[in-house]
Design a protein around this ligand. Structure first.
Ligand code: ZN
Length: 203
């Protein structure tokens, strides 16, 4: 994983039907995207550090697309040939700052707020994978990637219509229902069928 050098991490907000229903929100008509800085990346078994300025730091398990070939304005039909594979991303978020700021950059960008891993897998169907998050062994988020509103090929088409994607760039596809808070001493495990478990500690 450490050889992966993304130039950017693009995340999609509100991309699970069951999560949108949970929040009583309308299904978005086009993807809502934001960026996380690459300086926030940590790996499997690393520690998430909660900044003092936030009183509520949340986990969000997500399926992440890893780009394999430079591309711009890719059509949906050609999207898959530009993908290297898939991994797991925990979109750690300072929820209180997200609400306070009215935009998401600070809340999503602290160092250690982007655990990725444990590996990149290319040979799987990204739209039929069980996805779950466990906090200290207890299941907190549980869904299947078939519940994604915008599919992997649509996301590559959409994002590449805005910005050039380079090998190693990451598109994280949004989180299912059940997001919640991380506390000191927690062990957080994000698991996706066929990829594995991304485990991190919290301090
Ligand atoms: Zn997210």
């Amino acid at each position: 994983m450490k050889s992966l050098k993304p130039t950017k991490i693009i995340c999609v907000g509100l991309n699970y039907i069951d999560h949108a229903k949970e929040l009583n929100m309308e299904i978005p008509k086009e993807p809502i995207i934001f960026l996380k800085p690459t300086s926030a990346i940590i790996y499997n078994n690393d520690t998430i550090v909660r900044p003092k300025i936030s009183k509520r730091v949340d986990y969000e398990v997500e399926l992440a697309i890893v780009i394999g070939k430079e591309c711009k304005n890719v059509k949906k039909e050609d999207a898959m040939e530009h993908i290297k594979g898939y991994t797991i991303l925990n979109d750690v978020t300072a929820r209180d700052l997200q609400e306070k700021d009215g935009q998401w950059t600070r809340a999503k960008s602290f160092d250690t707020f982007c655990p990725i891993g444990p590996k990149i897998v290319s040979d799987l169907d990204p739209h039929d994978l069980d996805i779950q998050l466990r906090l200290n062994g207890e299941v907190k988020q549980k869904s299947n990637t078939k519940n994604m509103i915008f599919k992997v090929d649509e996301l590559v088409e959409f994002v590449s219509s805005i910005m050039t994607l380079y090998p190693g760039d990451i598109i994280s596809t949004g989180t299912p229902p059940g997001v919640g808070q991380l506390e000191k001493g927690d062990i957080v495990e994000a698991e996706i069928e066929g990829i594995g478990i991304l485990k991190n500690y919290v301090e």
